[in-house]
Every structure is written in C-alpha cells, then in structure tokens.
Design a protein around this ligand. Sequence first.
Ligand SMILES: [Mn+2]
Length: 395
Amino acid sequence: MYRLLSHNDLDGVGCGILAKLAFGKDIRVRYNSIASLNREVEWFLENGNQDTFLFITDLSVNEENEKNLEEFYQAGGKVQFLDHHKTALHFNEYEWGHVVVEDEEGKLTSATSLFYEYLVGKKLLKATEALTEFVDHVRQYDTWEWEKNENQTARQLNALFFLVSIEEFEDIMLERLQKSDHFYFDDFEKKILGMEDHKIDRYIRRKKRQLVQTKIGEHYAGIVYAESYHSELGNELGKEYPHLDYIVILNMGGKRAGFRTIHDHVDVSEVAGRFSGGGHAKASGCSLNNDAYKLFVTDTFHLDALREDAKRNRYNLKHASFGSMYKNRTEAFFLIFPEDDDRWVIEQNQTEIDQTFYTFEEAENFLKRNYEAWLVKDDTFVRHLMEKLGKINRD
Ligand SMILES: [Mn+2]
C-alpha cells in the first residue's frame, strides 16, 4: 500500500493526481493545509503499517516529525519526501529527502514536476504528451512562470481548481489525462473560466483602491484585506504600486497574512520567517500572531488607502520632458522632470527638493514612498497650468 500526504493547493493536488494514475487503488491520498500535515504525519507514524510507503509532497514537517521520520526510515520504514521550497532544503540531508528548487537548466521546479520525474524515473508511471503538458502547466502556475510566458492555460487551470471541489477536479483530470493526447479545457469549462476572469478583474480593481502603505523596517509594504485570489491580487497590486517592496494580504477569517512581491531585491520568505511563517522568495505566509496582528492590523487600520495613478491621460504622462504632475492627500502638487545632464528632479509646490535622481522611476519611487502621491488626471493638470499662467499674466 501507498499513502500520500500532500498540500491542498493545485501543485499539491497535482501530486495526488499523478499518484492515483501510478498506483490506482493502492494509494490513499490526503490533502493538507500547512497546519494539518504534522498531525497526519504523527498519526501515520503511530498507527501506520511498516509496509505502507509514505510520500510527503509540497509541504514540510516540523522538527519532531522530521526526527521521527528518520527513525521510521532507519527502522526499515519506507518514506519519500519531495519538495521545492527553499525553506525545506535541509531535508536533503536524509536519504528519504529530495528537495530541488531549481533544476540543472535553471528552471524552477514544483512538487508536481518533481513527483512526475520521480515516478517516471522509477518506471511507476509512463510519461505521455498530455501528462507532460499538465505537469508543466501546474509547475508554471506554482512558480508564477506562466506570467512571463503568458501561459493563460496554467492560470485558468488554477482558476478551475478553485471553481470545483478537489474531488471533482481530480475526477475530471484523471479521466482527461488518461483519455486524451493533449491537455485541454472543454467548452463548458472555457465558458465558466471566461466568467471567472471577469469576476477576478472586478475584485482586483476594487482591492486596488483599498491598499494602504506602511514602512516596516527598511521596506515599504502595501497592506490589503482579502479572502480570495491571493496570487493574482499580490501580482496585480505589486505591478500597480511598484514602489512598494512587497504586498501583505490579510485574511482575517483564516487569521493569516500572505506576502507577495514582484521584485528580486526582496525575499518574502524572510519576511514571513520573522513571524514563524515560511514559503518562497516571491510568495510566503504566516499566521497572524500577536506581533503580526499589531504590525499589520492595529498599526495600519487608521491609514487612508493609496490612490491609483490616472490611467487615461493624454497630456499628463510619466517620463514627459516638460514634467509629470502628482498630487497627494495634503493637496501638495509635485512635478517630476528631467534636468539637463540626465538627472531627474522633483519640484514640490514650485520649489525643487534637494535630492536628484538618475531615472524617472527613482524619482517617482521617492515621491510615492515619502509623499504617497499619485499622477493626477489631465483636467487637474490643465487646470493647474492655467492657474499658473493666469498668475503670471496678472503679475
Ligand atoms: Mn508547490
């Protein structure tokens, strides 16, 4: 008999689907949250049969289970641990541990891609075109590589995963992967996935107007409350407000904080680590313990939300040689413009501030971090210029 304990996200369930294809009725699969995995492992070690082969995928166990698994293995127990989280790399010390974050070609791995490689390598599963495609969609979604590749199938595969129950998702995929030459969505799925895309768009648009900014240590963070679509949200908010080092998504119902960044200079697994959480460099999470609650909720609840930059301007544009106009909540006006030798300067209410910048982006970052200013709409821009002109004419 085989037993699989895996994560309850798309990557974790991808492992379950592969396990069922490989072992059929001989495997029992259970999907876990980060918290419930340790209980399951404890239960297995206390009650499990020495003949049952245990797989653990996409999640890490605590130190006690780590020690007990090693004992179980040394006593002849069969266990294989497969993961791709940086925080689990120390499991490679064990013969039963296999943790790879990036493969030899520099491609990011996922639990599903590692498990596929393992099963095919051990001749427990036959590689097919459809399976290879499915595994790579899961991998691209989990590593966020889909975005760079504009792989909408990967994104929609995850959306479908959340639209149906895990059991339904398994059933659909098991049948499709066994029967078809290629991975695909049927017409009904395409229709509901289209509707879901619109719903996500509206949700994200609303959340963009609820984000507050705060400084934590040397980093600037954006904080938002949200129960759903954390990955999409983290990514879209990160792109809308690139001056923020990372985005904190608070799920009050789940009493958890998620951290996302689109930047390479920040490692959010470190941020989560400060609150006993973990994860990847670009996506991580922790429980809302007292410290995290105070920092992210108590200390920021009174703050006003950031304002988005004007999007449909024809005149007041970023990088403009005659200047880009910003404004903040205190009604201060700012102008970013280039000065002779490739330096960008900021003028606040017609007075230049001391600091100068090499690029427009640097200047804008400074402005947004320190003044929470936004690019004003054309009509404000024009009105402001007219007033200035009027003043000059009167003088
Ligand atoms: Mn994963």
